[in-house]
Design a protein around this ligand. Structure first.
Ligand code: ATP
Ligand code: MG
Length: 703
């Protein structure tokens, strides 16, 4: 693709942002103005016009899913394999650096990555040990995480404390937690970044290597970077300052994870001479949606003013509805979706329903099911978090890293092999005394007389099992998973559903290198779930970031829900809730519905609810109040029905069919996800192995 084609469908501001490649650049722009698109085109421009190698551009996206989409977009622009390029989240990029470079005493590069679930289970373990109320584990884990994201290690925190009350206890838990991670040769998500920064600070040579390796840095969703991520960027670019960060201060919604919108303000100070650019044309939403969302967000005082316009016209007014109960709200939404679907203008995948808290999804799911509408809930219980998947993965992790205590605790008696909690507790005690891992402790106690011969036999068998997995040369992650599933006895004890899930995991690991596969699984978060397929999407407002849908419903616009009750006291917290609402509204392309109800069951109680304060900020002339479905039918004339039955998605490719790719040649489709335009396939190419491709971008030819 020539340079001109690359620039063809961009507006002058976007073009300017792309060709500005010297010195620091901050692009601050509103929702839907093409920020993410600019990143993809700028990457391609740097390769095409500036002759940079794709591997020398360091690109950060907010989720793994966004990185995959970015890779696909760039691939379709460049028509060039960019598989080894550095496009990923902060976590995955730092992981990649640490796997090569970790030279921090106590760790080696076989480290395990502990996700939120593992982190929780470790914190609980420590709270129990310290005889602190175990139910506090989430709060404690969050505090530790925010300390790490402000680069405060356990020692610094311990020495900064006043020595009183809970903070003192927290400091002790933090010290112990970090100690336990180190002993397990494990890093949690925050460590991935914190330890990379520490590594760079302590080893100028290593830092220099990476500074030289990357000639350009691109960062999307910069408003949600936290302090430690910002430090990482500053270190990486301190030599050449060729960095372009793109963001929208109005969409900063991860303060509770340490995101600091002030990084946008600091950027101009920390990178003197930084150019500031804006993008003003919104390509996503109608004028009504822009005006309504603009009116709401303008109530936040500390923000950079931005202009946004669209040439899409006013479109439909924004619909606002208030119901007696949350169940009515849900039923009404399901009816509207069905009606719009039957009119034929929208597919199911064009609808999204957002809510503030996960438990709101229950009533919505019931209502959609009742109407026979297909839907998917994002981020509730992710596949990788289900018990059987975590169990099998724990075998892999322990086999690769014998220090991994969290994994050992998980599987030592799973499936049951007669190793009791009391035995484990004795091993724990011994491990702590000797300051070594549980696995090494077990091996050591086998040489002593600590246990009866029956227990010893069982422990010996367990050690042998893990050591066999470690020693076997598996050709792929799938082969190892298969081995684990069969030899661990796990396959015999599981019900059909669980066994099917493990089989799905095995097939997704086909052709993948073991360590890469484990990294991918460990770094996966609920925001990365595949959205392909003709389904209505249900998700929290936090997960909606970066996405777009023709028709959006935002539910529960009530005081205590949106804004959330924990935020009601503070001005900054309310501002954050308003931004969250703004993010939700600006996902809508054509139609936006805002709903709420007088009665809602929250946790166990049926509560009386007041309309959200945010509804007061909506300009009356841009919205239409709807009381019931017949009102709505009066505005919208009776539909021409297209199909009464939900349509069956048309699958373009199916497993086993042969395809031709312009670069990798002929391959066989291994798996398909989604359908129609959104279909993604994994294809086995004899030349390079398994590849995951979006049909829309991949230029595949069916043979
Ligand atoms: P958000 O703030 O929500 O992350 P964004 O600024 O990153 O949004 P994009 O997602 O890049 O915006 O773009 C929004 C939509 O507008 C996308 O569908 C994109 O393809 C389209 N778009 C962006 N720029 C143009 C353009 N110059 N011409 C046509 N469509 C465009
Ligand atoms: Mg974006």
């Amino acid at each position: 693709m020539s340079k001109d084609v690359l620039m063809r469908d961009l507006n002058p501001q976007q073009r300017e942002a792309i060709v500005c490649t010297e010195g620091p650049l901050l692009i601050l722009a509103g929702a839907g103005s093409g920020k993410t698109k600019v990143i993809a085109h700028k990457f391609s421009y740097l390769v095409k016009a500036k002759r940079l190698s794709p591997d020398s551009i360091f690109t950060v996206t907010f989720t793994n899913k966004a990185s995959d989409e970015m890779k696909e977009r760039i691939y379709s622009l460049l028509e060039k394999d960019i598989n080894t390029s550095w496009i990923g989240t902060f976590h995955s990029q730092c992981n990649r650096i640490l796997r090569r470079e970790i030279k921090i005493p106590g760790y080696n590069n076989n480290f395990s990555i502990y996700d939120e679930g593992d982190q929780y289970s470790l914190v609980r373990h420590i709270l129990k040990e310290f005889k602190i109320h175990e139910a506090l584990y989430k709060g404690v884990a969050t505090r530790i995480s925010s300390l790490k994201s402000s680069l405060t290690g356990p020692e610094e925190f311990l020495s900064s404390g006043d020595g009183f009350g809970f903070d003192e206890k927290l400091a002790k838990v933090y010290v112990r937690y970090q100690d336990e991670l180190k002993r397990s040769n494990a890093l949690d998500f925050d460590d991935l970044i914190m330890l990379t920064v520490k590594l760079f600070e302590k080893n100028p040579r290593i830092l220099e290597k990476y500074q030289n390796m990357f000639s350009y840095i691109l960062v999307d969703d910069f408003q949600d970077t936290n302090y430690v991520q910002y430090c990482f960027l500053k270190l990486l670019t301190s030599a050449h300052k060729r960095i372009c960060v793109i963001g929208d201060d109005d969409q900063s919604i991860y303060r509770f994870k340490g995101a600091n919108v002030n990084n946008i303000l600091s950027f101009e100070n920390d990178f003197p001479g930084a150019k500031l650019m804006e993008l003003e044309q919104n390509y996503r939403s109608t004028q009504s949606i822009l005006t309504v969302s603009g009116a709401v967000i303008s109530q936040n005082s500390e923000r950079k003013h931005k202009k946004l316009w669209t040439d899409k016209g006013w479109g439909e007014k924004v619909y606002c509805c208030w119901f007696h109960t949350y169940e009515e709200e849900a039923k009404y939404i399901a009816k509207i979706i069905k009606e719009l679907y039957l009119k034929g203008r929208y597919d199911y995948k064009d609808f999204a329903i957002f809510y503030r808290i996960n438990l709101q999804s229950r009533a919505l799911e019931d209502a959609l099911r009742e109407e026979g509408l297909p839907y998917r809930v994002l981020g509730n219980v992710s596949f990788y978090q289900s018990k059987e998947i975590k169990d099998v993965v724990a075998y892999l992790r322990l086999s690769l890293n014998h220090g991994d205590n969290v994994s050992l605790r998980r599987i030592i008696n799973c499936p049951p092999r007669g190793i009791s909690a009391a035995t484990l507790s004795r091993i724990e005690h011994e491990a702590k005394k000797r300051s070594i891992s549980l696995f090494d402790t077990i091996k050591a106690t086998l040489r002593s007389d600590s246990f009866s011969s029956t227990v010893k036999d069982r422990l010996t068998e367990f050690v042998k099992l893990i050591e066999d997995f470690s020693a076997t040369k598996y050709r792929s992650a799938a082969e190892m998973l298969k081995g684990v599933f069969e030899k661990s006895g796990y396959s015999e004890t599981q019900d059909k559903e669980r066994a099917r899930n493990v089989e799905e995991l095995i097939s997704s690991a086909e052709g993948k290198e073991i360590k890469d596969f484990l990294d991918r699984v460990s770094l996966f978060t609920s925001m990365d779930e595949i959205t392909g397929g003709d389904y209505i999407s249900l998700m929290t407002l936090h997960s909606a970031k970066g996405l777009e849908f023709p028709v959006v419903f935002i539910t529960g616009l009530e005081e205590g829900v949106l804004p959330y009750y924990k935020a009601l006291e503070g001005k900054d917290e309310i501002a954050e809730e308003r931004r969250l609402f703004y993010v939700g509204m600006t996902r809508a392309k054509d139609v936006l519905w805002l709903t709420g109800a007088s009665k809602r069951r929250l946790y166990t109680k049926l509560q009386d609810q007041e309309p959200s304060r945010f509804l007061r900020d909506i300009p009356r002339n841009c919205c239409q109040w709807i009381e019931n479905i017949t009102d709505y039918q009066k505005i919208k004339p009776a539909p021409v029905k297209r199909k009464v039955e939900p349509k069956r998605p048309f699958a373009l490719y199916t497993s086993g069919c042969r395809v031709k790719h312009p670069i990798w040649g002929i391959g066989v489709v291994h798996d398909c996800f989604g359908d129609g335009d959104d279909q993604k396939v994994t294809v086995n190419f004899p030349s390079i192995g398994l590849k995951r491709l979006a049909v829309k971008f991949a230029n595949l030819e069916k043979m």
